[in-house]
Write a protein that binds this ligand. Sequence first.
Ligand code: PMV
Length: 316
Amino acid sequence: MSTVFPHTASAPGKVILFGEHAVVYGRPAIAVPVTQVRATATVEPAPPRSGLTLIASDLGKSVSLATASQDEPLAAAARITLDHLSSPEPDATLTISSTIPIASGLGSGAAVSTALVRALAGFLGHTLEPAEISTLVFEVEKIHHGTPSGIDNTVVAYEQPVYFVRGHPVERLAVAASFTLLIGDTGTHSSTKSVVDHVRQAWKRNPARCDALFDQIADVAEEARRAIETGDVDALGLLMDENHALLIELDVSSPQLDELVDAARFSGAMGAKLSGAGRGGNMIALVEDNLTEEVAEALREAGAVQVICTTVTTTE
Ligand code: PMV
């Protein structure tokens, strides 16, 4: 039964620490939420027979559920939620806003969908479990990305560090010692779908070479899992460097990403790599707490348009 009260929900951004691209081919990956940036959705009651209106305030976009096309992502998220809850379309206005940079590997699409699903379900009097939300958002991700691995919807819906293998139950990652990351934005948008397609073409041309790279990335991700679970932060930095070198071989880095990665390392970061699909978007650097300002400044001087500092805290 629908309540008449407004309902607000939010969801964080995310970064992939290890294993992007290889995760699409069944290898493990590690991702953490970035709580400093968030998508927020609010649902308010609207007059009878007005149906559901979806407003993306940052994009100046307003769509009515009744007339939106099947592949419009906000409408798709709303329809998938209503179907899941066997609910008729409510008379309501759903407004969504986000501080997560779009098309830059920070999980903006998954966060917007997660906030929307949560807020709409809440408005209709339901509290969904993270696993349910993740499954619904995965359906929307397919519209954005074509062949998503499922890591974005998982880490965003659970809002916890995860070790993820496609098609396997999610494993929450125990973090033995907290560590700090700087996230540097090249300012260049990157289409996850087209970079994933590029890797797919390379894999079709030379499956043996790409599979060998994916296997090496998988080894790095497994070692990183052990390092995170045992609190071996020094090892993590070296593993990030290794992962970045493998992503360069996979041809998904860019001169700007490499410049930011180098700038981070030269200014004292323990390790750095691109994060997400690559060819633009964001990179991450592991930094000791007393060096965050210095490394952040070096990233800005090397062209980063935004630098976010986030700490992955210990889990009990
Ligand atoms: O959405 P992004 O840019 O963080 O990229 C997702 C990571 C990939 O491994 C490249 C794709 C996927 O579906 O896992």
